[in-house]
Write a protein that binds this ligand. Sequence first.
Ligand code: PLP
Length: 244
Amino acid sequence: MTTDSPQAALRLSALRDAIDRAARLTDRSGDDITLIAVSKTQSADAIRPLIAAGQRVFGENRVQESQEKWPALRDEYPDIALHLVGQLQSNKAADAVALFDVIHSLDRPSLLTALAKAMDAAGKRVPCYIQVNIGAEAQKGGCPIADVPALIAAARAADIPLLGLMAVPPADVEPAPYFALLAKMAREEGLPRLSMGMSGDYETALMLGATDIRVGTALFGDRPTPARPVPKSGRGMIRNSPAT
Ligand SMILES: *Cc1c(COP(=O)(O)O)cnc(C)c1O
């Protein structure tokens, strides 16, 4: 694939058009929406065409994979922003703080403590989203809905900048009610941003107020190797792979 791959440019512009449409329908502009290109499992060569086409915000779900892939690319393109969208182990908090510009997966007190400590040590505050287990799924990451207000209060007390709420709704069911619930929770907590919506449901998410959508396959095509064994999910998405 060449750096100026027309396919990547076409996919990006088609996605941008869809984002503009949905933004207008909700009295916003496409420029108000952050498109996070989720590049997990994609090689630097697969990522370059999107950078050439103008994309500057990327998402990864594993700390170690990101450490291998991104420092070289960011040397070339210093204006790239890197978001961590996967679950984060507390023992990787310092690495995550060093590498990422935004963390979408703050979901428990132990991780909050580790992140606060890492941010203090690095002299750097990394803005975070609280990830909510919006479908109350046992196997999934995310803070239980009932515990969200306390986690928000603790993050504020620890001086961790909070952007908003993030969630991945249950697979194989209509996601709209879950997006609406997340939007309501963010409103009640006075948090301005909503990280929700993936390749299969970003338009629905945008109609319900998403400010950040996390899109992988619609930009890159199918992932070369699954980040972990493909779940039973029919939407074909790898959800919530732990950062390793
Ligand atoms: C992989 C992933 C995405 C992107 O999924 P696609 O279906 O490829 O768009 C979004 N969010 C999270 C948390 C992910 O792990």
